[in-house]
Design a protein. Structure first.
Length: 86
């Protein structure tokens, strides 16, 4: 079964540096999940490449709306960062 089928309530927030995405994962645009709380659980957002300048940094917490999630339903947040610079 797919990850979405196994975990239908799991949010997914894709952060794209400078909008430089080549393509979205298959089915990303049309992902429909059971979201009784009204939170959009599949989002893609453009973030800045800050080049170690904190004034240019994007606020990933707010971009992914982590403050809107209930601590009782989300036990942890996974973060995967590609540092290839591509």
């Amino acid at each position: 079964a797919s990850l979405r089928a196994q975990y239908p309530q799991r949010p997914f927030c894709l952060l794209v540096p400078n909008g430089a995405i080549q393509r979205l994962p298959d089915g990303f645009d049309s992902d429909t999940v059971n979201n009784p709380d009204g939170i959009d659980r599949t989002t893609a957002s453009t973030v800045n490449r800050d080049d170690q300048n904190t004034e240019l940094a994007s606020d990933w917490f707010n971009t992914c709306k982590l403050g809107e999630l209930s601590p009782s339903s989300i036990g942890f947040v996974g973060l995967f960062v590609d540092t290839s610079g591509s």
